[in-house]
Design a protein around this ligand. Structure first.
Ligand SMILES: Cc1cc2nc3c(=O)[nH]c(=O)nc-3n(C[C@H](O)[C@H](O)[C@H](O)COP(=O)(O)O)c2cc1C
Length: 244
């Protein structure tokens, strides 16, 4: 399949055959992902391959997503990592300034690019994946489970495996809602969001599984009406990131 066709066919997969993914495949996919671009070459990521069955189930429970971990062929925890950069500084006799809002943003961007290249490589091999942001529900417990040191924190987990079936793709926002030319235009949103709500209502009513009555603006309003994971700032501070 051509790369563009592959990207356009992405859907999250939450049920797998249970067939385990070999160490060779895991190492190959991670090494491939490492070639993603990285802010200032900092490579500020680490990934925990959760090959221990008990730990895999525990990660699923702590993430409130136990279901997809039960049949996954492998599970991973993707982390922002400035610990190794601290070691690099030490080797040069320097105490690095890890704790800054700028480093936090650079680290998050690095992990996202690394993870997404992993996803594309995995999907090209016929695997399905699901990102698990639910890993941020219990970040302190998860950090303990995997012995994460200071300057390392979990950004998301991921399940991967051979899909039992593939869902139809989920329609994204109209192109012109996300594409602005030369200057930002808020005026177009009223009409485009109406169009998108109508499109998604149809999609949810007609899709092959988990049919429901829903639209995008209502989903987003319900999700964002309150502060999500209000403990996060304090957790990040406990890991050494106070947004200086
Ligand atoms: C960072 C991130 C975190 C996510 N967390 C979860 C999660 O915890 N559980 C889940 O079932 N899906 C999760 N997803 C999947 C999204 O729900 C999914 O990508 C989105 O609804 C679009 O659907 P699609 O990937 O099938 O096109 C996550 C996706 C991303 C990028």
């Amino acid at each position: 399949m051509m790369v563009k066709e592959l990207l356009r066919s992405h859907t999250s997969v939450r049920k797998y055959t249970g067939e385990k993914i070999s160490k060779e495949v895991v190492r190959d996919l991670i090494e491939t992902a490492q070639m993603a671009a990285t802010s200032h070459f900092i490579q500020a990521y680490s990934v925990i391959w959760v090959s221990d069955e008990e730990k895999q189930q525990k990660l699923g429970e702590l993430s409130n997503n136990a279901f997809q971990f039960q049949t996954a062929g492998a599970a991973f925890l993707f982390c922002v990592d400035f610990k190794r950069l601290q070691a690099a500084g030490k080797k040069q006799g320097v105490e690095i300034v890890a704790d800054s809002a700028e480093n936090l943003l650079a680290g998050v961007a690095d992990v996202a690019l690394f993870a997404q290249n992993f996803v594309v490589a995995a999907e090209a091999e016929g695997y399905g994946i699901c990102y698990i942001g639910g890993a941020r529900n219990k970040p302190a417990e998860i950090s303990t489970l995997f012995d994460l040191p200071d300057y390392v924190f979990p950004l998301f987990a991921m399940t991967i495996g051979t899909p039992t079936k593939r869902n139809e793709t989920k329609p994204r926002l109209p192109l012109d809602a996300v594409l602005h030319e030369n200057s930002y235009n808020t005026e177009k949103y009223d009409q485009l969001l109406d169009e998108y709500d109508a499109l998604l209502e149809k999609y949810y009513e007609n899709r092959s599984s988990n049919k429901k009555t829903a639209n995008w603006t209502k989903q987003m309003a319900d999700y964002l009406i309150e502060q999500r994971r209000p403990f996060m700032k304090e957790f990040l501070a406990s890991k050494g990131f106070t947004w200086k």
